[in-house]
Design a protein around this ligand. Sequence first.
Ligand code: PLP
Length: 244
Amino acid sequence: MSKPCVLVLAGLDPSGGAGLLADAEAVRAAGATPLCVATALTVQTTRAARRFKTVDPGLVVESAQALLEEEDVRAIKIGMVGDRAVAVEIAGLLQGRKRLPLVVDPVLAASSGAKLFEGSVTSARDAYLRLAAGAVLTPNLSEAETLLGARLDDPMQAGALLGEGPGAVLLKGGHLAGDPVDFLFQPLGVEQFRARRIPASARGTGCRLASAIAAGLARGLPLREAVLAARQLVRDYLQAHLSV
Ligand code: PLP
Protein backbone atom coordinates (compact mmCIF):
# COMPACT_ATOMS: atom_id res chain seq x y z
CA MET A 1 0.00 0.00 0.00
CA SER A 2 1.33 3.46 -0.82
CA LYS A 3 2.09 5.84 2.01
CA PRO A 4 -0.25 8.75 2.76
CA CYS A 5 0.92 12.09 1.42
CA VAL A 6 1.65 15.29 3.32
CA LEU A 7 1.40 18.49 1.31
CA VAL A 8 4.10 20.86 2.57
CA LEU A 9 4.04 24.58 1.78
CA ALA A 10 7.23 26.18 3.06
CA GLY A 11 10.36 28.09 2.17
CA LEU A 12 13.26 26.52 0.32
CA ASP A 13 16.51 26.61 2.28
CA PRO A 14 19.01 25.31 -0.30
CA SER A 15 21.44 24.27 2.45
CA GLY A 16 18.87 21.74 3.63
CA GLY A 17 19.21 22.58 7.32
CA ALA A 18 15.66 23.88 7.53
CA GLY A 19 12.68 24.55 5.27
CA LEU A 20 11.35 22.28 2.56
CA LEU A 21 14.28 19.86 2.37
CA ALA A 22 14.22 19.33 6.13
CA ASP A 23 10.43 19.00 5.98
CA ALA A 24 10.68 16.32 3.30
CA GLU A 25 13.26 14.38 5.35
CA ALA A 26 11.07 14.51 8.45
CA VAL A 27 7.88 13.52 6.62
CA ARG A 28 9.63 10.50 5.10
CA ALA A 29 11.23 9.54 8.40
CA ALA A 30 7.78 9.67 9.99
CA GLY A 31 6.35 7.23 7.46
CA ALA A 32 4.59 9.45 4.93
CA THR A 33 5.32 10.86 1.47
CA PRO A 34 6.15 14.58 1.15
CA LEU A 35 4.73 16.75 -1.67
CA CYS A 36 6.60 20.04 -1.52
CA VAL A 37 5.53 23.48 -2.74
CA ALA A 38 7.98 26.38 -2.29
CA THR A 39 6.42 29.57 -0.94
CA ALA A 40 9.72 31.43 -0.89
CA LEU A 41 13.28 31.01 -2.07
CA THR A 42 15.86 31.86 0.57
CA VAL A 43 19.55 32.66 0.10
CA GLN A 44 20.97 30.55 2.87
CA THR A 45 24.00 28.48 3.86
CA THR A 46 24.40 26.03 6.69
CA ARG A 47 25.49 29.02 8.82
CA ALA A 48 22.86 31.67 8.25
CA ALA A 49 19.97 33.01 6.18
CA ARG A 50 20.78 36.12 4.09
CA ARG A 51 17.63 37.14 2.22
CA PHE A 52 14.59 35.70 0.50
CA LYS A 53 12.01 36.36 -2.18
CA THR A 54 8.50 35.00 -2.06
CA VAL A 55 7.16 32.94 -4.94
CA ASP A 56 4.25 34.37 -6.94
CA PRO A 57 1.20 33.57 -4.74
CA GLY A 58 -0.83 32.43 -7.76
CA LEU A 59 1.85 29.90 -8.64
CA VAL A 60 2.02 28.63 -5.05
CA VAL A 61 -1.73 28.04 -4.99
CA GLU A 62 -1.90 26.52 -8.48
CA SER A 63 0.81 24.06 -7.52
CA ALA A 64 -0.83 23.13 -4.23
CA GLN A 65 -4.24 22.81 -5.86
CA ALA A 66 -2.94 20.46 -8.56
CA LEU A 67 -1.43 18.21 -5.88
CA LEU A 68 -4.60 18.31 -3.77
CA GLU A 69 -6.65 17.30 -6.78
CA GLU A 70 -4.47 14.46 -8.03
CA GLU A 71 -2.62 13.01 -5.05
CA ASP A 72 -3.73 11.24 -1.89
CA VAL A 73 -3.09 14.16 0.46
CA ARG A 74 -4.01 13.28 4.07
CA ALA A 75 -2.48 16.25 5.89
CA ILE A 76 -1.01 19.67 5.18
CA LYS A 77 1.96 21.40 6.79
CA ILE A 78 2.54 25.12 6.34
CA GLY A 79 5.85 26.67 7.37
CA MET A 80 7.44 29.90 6.12
CA VAL A 81 5.04 31.87 3.92
CA GLY A 82 7.27 34.94 3.59
CA ASP A 83 4.58 37.60 3.46
CA ARG A 84 0.89 38.25 3.96
CA ALA A 85 -0.03 38.02 0.27
CA VAL A 86 1.14 34.40 0.07
CA ALA A 87 -0.73 33.56 3.30
CA VAL A 88 -3.95 35.14 2.03
CA GLU A 89 -3.85 33.08 -1.18
CA ILE A 90 -3.12 29.83 0.67
CA ALA A 91 -5.90 30.53 3.19
CA GLY A 92 -8.26 31.09 0.24
CA LEU A 93 -7.33 27.71 -1.20
CA LEU A 94 -7.87 25.92 2.11
CA GLN A 95 -11.23 27.58 2.74
CA GLY A 96 -14.16 25.58 1.46
CA ARG A 97 -12.12 22.39 0.97
CA LYS A 98 -12.86 19.27 2.96
CA ARG A 99 -10.90 19.71 6.18
CA LEU A 100 -7.60 17.90 6.22
CA PRO A 101 -5.40 17.81 9.31
CA LEU A 102 -3.35 21.01 9.14
CA VAL A 103 -0.17 21.90 11.01
CA VAL A 104 1.00 25.52 10.89
CA ASP A 105 4.49 26.50 12.02
CA PRO A 106 4.66 30.30 12.19
CA VAL A 107 8.11 31.12 10.77
CA LEU A 108 9.12 34.72 11.38
CA ALA A 109 12.92 34.62 11.68
CA ALA A 110 15.85 32.21 11.47
CA SER A 111 17.80 31.31 14.59
CA SER A 112 20.64 33.40 13.11
CA GLY A 113 18.28 36.38 13.53
CA ALA A 114 17.53 36.95 9.83
CA LYS A 115 13.92 37.90 9.11
CA LEU A 116 11.89 35.29 7.25
CA PHE A 117 8.70 37.36 7.04
CA GLU A 118 8.47 40.61 5.09
CA GLY A 119 6.00 43.02 6.63
CA SER A 120 4.83 44.49 9.92
CA VAL A 121 4.19 42.54 13.11
CA THR A 122 0.47 43.12 12.50
CA SER A 123 0.62 41.58 9.04
CA ALA A 124 2.63 38.61 10.37
CA ARG A 125 -0.03 38.04 13.02
CA ASP A 126 -2.82 38.35 10.48
CA ALA A 127 -1.04 36.04 8.01
CA TYR A 128 -0.42 33.15 10.40
CA LEU A 129 -3.67 33.40 12.37
CA ARG A 130 -5.67 33.34 9.16
CA LEU A 131 -3.88 30.11 8.18
CA ALA A 132 -4.18 28.61 11.64
CA ALA A 133 -7.99 28.38 11.76
CA GLY A 134 -8.73 24.85 13.01
CA ALA A 135 -5.05 23.90 12.72
CA VAL A 136 -2.38 22.63 15.08
CA LEU A 137 -0.27 25.78 15.60
CA THR A 138 3.35 25.24 16.68
CA PRO A 139 4.94 28.51 17.88
CA ASN A 140 7.92 29.00 20.15
CA LEU A 141 7.51 31.57 22.93
CA SER A 142 8.59 34.58 20.89
CA GLU A 143 6.36 33.58 17.97
CA ALA A 144 3.46 33.12 20.42
CA GLU A 145 4.13 36.64 21.72
CA THR A 146 4.00 38.04 18.20
CA LEU A 147 0.78 36.19 17.41
CA LEU A 148 -0.86 37.34 20.65
CA GLY A 149 0.58 40.85 20.46
CA ALA A 150 1.61 40.62 24.11
CA ARG A 151 4.60 39.71 26.25
CA LEU A 152 4.20 36.37 28.00
CA ASP A 153 5.63 36.03 31.51
CA ASP A 154 4.62 32.39 31.70
CA PRO A 155 4.44 29.80 28.87
CA MET A 156 0.98 28.79 30.15
CA GLN A 157 -0.32 32.14 28.89
CA ALA A 158 0.26 30.92 25.32
CA GLY A 159 -2.95 28.89 25.75
CA ALA A 160 -4.76 32.16 24.98
CA LEU A 161 -3.88 31.48 21.33
CA LEU A 162 -6.68 28.89 21.30
CA GLY A 163 -9.05 31.87 21.42
CA GLU A 164 -7.65 33.01 18.05
CA GLY A 165 -8.95 30.02 16.11
CA PRO A 166 -6.45 27.11 16.11
CA GLY A 167 -7.79 23.70 17.18
CA ALA A 168 -4.63 23.05 19.22
CA VAL A 169 -1.43 24.90 20.12
CA LEU A 170 1.91 23.21 20.73
CA LEU A 171 4.19 25.73 22.43
CA LYS A 172 7.79 24.65 21.87
CA GLY A 173 10.00 25.20 24.89
CA GLY A 174 13.37 24.41 23.32
CA HIS A 175 14.51 28.05 23.44
CA LEU A 176 13.74 28.41 27.14
CA ALA A 177 16.43 27.90 29.78
CA GLY A 178 16.84 24.52 31.46
CA ASP A 179 15.39 21.23 30.36
CA PRO A 180 12.88 21.88 27.58
CA VAL A 181 9.13 21.56 28.12
CA ASP A 182 6.58 21.60 25.31
CA PHE A 183 2.98 22.54 26.15
CA LEU A 184 0.12 21.05 24.17
CA PHE A 185 -2.99 23.20 24.60
CA GLN A 186 -6.31 21.77 23.49
CA PRO A 187 -9.83 23.00 24.33
CA LEU A 188 -10.15 20.35 27.07
CA GLY A 189 -6.85 21.08 28.77
CA VAL A 190 -3.10 21.34 28.57
CA GLU A 191 -0.44 18.63 28.72
CA GLN A 192 3.26 19.17 29.30
CA PHE A 193 5.97 17.07 27.69
CA ARG A 194 9.32 17.19 29.42
CA ALA A 195 12.69 15.78 28.49
CA ARG A 196 16.37 16.25 29.23
CA ARG A 197 18.06 18.84 27.04
CA ILE A 198 20.26 17.30 24.34
CA PRO A 199 23.38 19.47 24.07
CA ALA A 200 23.35 19.68 20.29
CA SER A 201 22.91 22.61 17.98
CA ALA A 202 21.06 21.70 14.82
CA ARG A 203 18.99 23.83 12.49
CA GLY A 204 15.44 23.24 11.37
CA THR A 205 14.19 21.43 14.46
CA GLY A 206 10.94 23.43 14.42
CA CYS A 207 10.36 22.62 10.74
CA ARG A 208 11.05 18.93 11.36
CA LEU A 209 8.78 18.73 14.41
CA ALA A 210 5.79 20.29 12.63
CA SER A 211 6.31 18.14 9.53
CA ALA A 212 6.60 14.95 11.55
CA ILE A 213 3.38 15.84 13.40
CA ALA A 214 1.64 16.32 10.04
CA ALA A 215 2.97 12.94 8.88
CA GLY A 216 1.63 11.25 12.02
CA LEU A 217 -1.78 12.86 11.50
CA ALA A 218 -1.70 11.79 7.83
CA ARG A 219 -1.12 8.24 9.06
CA GLY A 220 -4.20 8.49 11.26
CA LEU A 221 -2.53 8.95 14.64
CA PRO A 222 -4.38 10.98 17.28
CA LEU A 223 -2.74 14.37 17.87
CA ARG A 224 -1.12 13.42 21.18
CA GLU A 225 0.52 10.33 19.65
CA ALA A 226 1.60 12.31 16.57
CA VAL A 227 3.24 14.89 18.84
CA LEU A 228 5.00 12.23 20.94
CA ALA A 229 6.32 10.46 17.83
CA ALA A 230 7.47 13.77 16.30
CA ARG A 231 9.26 14.76 19.52
CA GLN A 232 11.12 11.45 19.45
CA LEU A 233 12.07 11.96 15.81
CA VAL A 234 13.52 15.42 16.58
CA ARG A 235 15.33 14.07 19.62
CA ASP A 236 16.91 11.35 17.48
CA TYR A 237 17.92 14.04 14.96
CA LEU A 238 19.51 16.15 17.73
CA GLN A 239 21.23 13.09 19.15
CA ALA A 240 22.83 12.52 15.74
CA HIS A 241 24.09 16.14 15.81
CA LEU A 242 25.68 16.07 19.27
CA SER A 243 28.73 18.30 19.34
CA VAL A 244 31.62 16.08 20.44
N1 PLP B 1 14.73 28.76 6.35
C1 PLP B 1 13.50 28.34 6.20
C2 PLP B 1 12.96 28.23 4.83
C3 PLP B 1 12.74 28.01 7.34
O1 PLP B 1 11.48 27.59 7.19
C4 PLP B 1 13.30 28.14 8.63
C5 PLP B 1 12.60 27.80 9.86
O2 PLP B 1 11.51 27.42 9.96
C6 PLP B 1 14.57 28.60 8.74
C7 PLP B 1 15.26 28.90 7.59
C8 PLP B 1 15.18 28.82 10.06
O3 PLP B 1 15.70 27.71 10.58
P1 PLP B 1 16.64 27.87 11.84
O4 PLP B 1 15.78 28.44 12.90
O5 PLP B 1 17.08 26.51 12.11
O6 PLP B 1 17.72 28.83 11.45
